[in-house]
Design a protein around this ligand. Structure first.
Ligand code: XMP
Length: 304
């Protein structure tokens, strides 16, 4: 990457050039979209309408956290939980899921733009989203997952040539709070790509609770590049002398530089045992917990 200050200057000029009127900016609360928001604010300030879509596929407390983080700006929060769940109904194929999510996102942005006579959208796509989508690895929700007919004059992607570690450097330079600049990545399609098969309310609730436990046990002590829980299939177990056909939860914790490759974190056995016992005790319909040993490649970081 060119020098940080030069990049920032060029990105601001690019936004000024490309956004020829009022512009929607898609905020998720992560580092990528937050960096874009700061750059866009410097470029076109009062022409900007920030918007956050609550997909219902977020982690516990996410929407409240975003409301709090951005309390000083006029952030539009769209509740689209029902719509995402409806559009995901019956879909089990990972690529179809990603496409359904990408399409739902963009249609909501289009509707919100139309209401305000807005024709430009800024989103925080980064370079790996593009290469993984174009290389056929997986359709990231903001690139390969998008439909071809999009009703915006232009989608502006100011950081689409950067890797995650470079975005973090810019975030530090722009003095974003460390909770944002150092924040663990969370994928746009959210918990949907951490649930194998159809996304349902019941699965979402189980994986969300498991994810909270994993974050509580691993984030602070081990500072992984990324860690989370995923929900696989069902397996037989026994709880309180009763046979339970419950969910299997997989725990993932990796180190990485830019997400393009990743190594599995070598966790102490006691830590893994504590996570297992908390998940099976605190979530009634989970009967089994696995730790994913696989680096990237051959696995990807997310399960779908
Ligand atoms: P994978 O699973 O491809 O993940 O090894 C690499 C990094 O990218 C994140 N990821 C996504 N981020 N939209 C995003 O914004 C997506 O569709 C998407 N898919 C994966 C993933 O969490 C990891 O940090």
């Amino acid at each position: 990457m060119v020098k940080i200050e030069t990049f920032i200057q060029k990105a601001i000029e690019r936004i000024k050039r490309e956004a020829k009127g009022r512009t929607l900016i898609a905020l998720s609360g992560g580092v990528d979209s937050s960096v874009c928001a700061i750059l866009a604010n410097r470029a076109i300030g009062n022409l900007l309408t920030p918007i956050y879509i609550d997909t219902g596929l977020m982690r516990a407390g996410e929407t409240e956290r975003i409301r709090e983080t951005f309390k000083d700006i006029d952030l539009e929060i769209v509740n689209a939980k029902e719509r995402f769940l409806q559009n995901l109904k019956g879909i089990i194929d990972p690529e179809e899921k990603r496409k359904a999510i990408g399409e739902t996102f963009i249609r909501i942005f289009e509707e919100e733009a139309r209401k305000r006579d807005i024709h430009y959208l800024i989103q925080g796509t980064i370079y790996p989203d593009r290469i993984e989508s174009e290389g056929g690895i997986k359709s990231h929700h903001n690139v390969g997952g998008l439909p071809t007919n999009i009703d915006f004059d232009k989608i502006i992607e100011p950081i689409d040539e950067l890797y995650k570690d470079e975005v973090r450097e810019i975030a530090r330079t722009l003095k974003l709070p460390t909770e944002i600049s150092e924040r663990m990545p969370f994928p746009g399609p959210g918990l949907a790509v951490r649930i194998i098969g159809e996304v349902t309310d019941e699965k979402l609730e189980a994986v969300r609770k498991a994810n909270t436990i994993v974050e509580e046990e691993l984030l602070e002590p081990y500072k992984p590049w990324q860690t989370f829980a995923a929900l696989l299939e069902k397996g037989t177990g026994v709880k309180g002398d009763i046979r339970v056909h419950g969910w299997i939860i997989a725990v993932r914790a990796v180190t990485s530089r830019d997400g393009m490759t990743a190594d599995t974190l070598q966790l102490p056995w006691q830590t893994l045992q504590k996570i297992e016992s908390r998940i099976t005790r605190e979530i009634p319909n989970v009967t089994r917990v696995l730790y994913d040993l696989t680096p990237k490649p051959p696995a990807t970081i997310e399960f779908e």
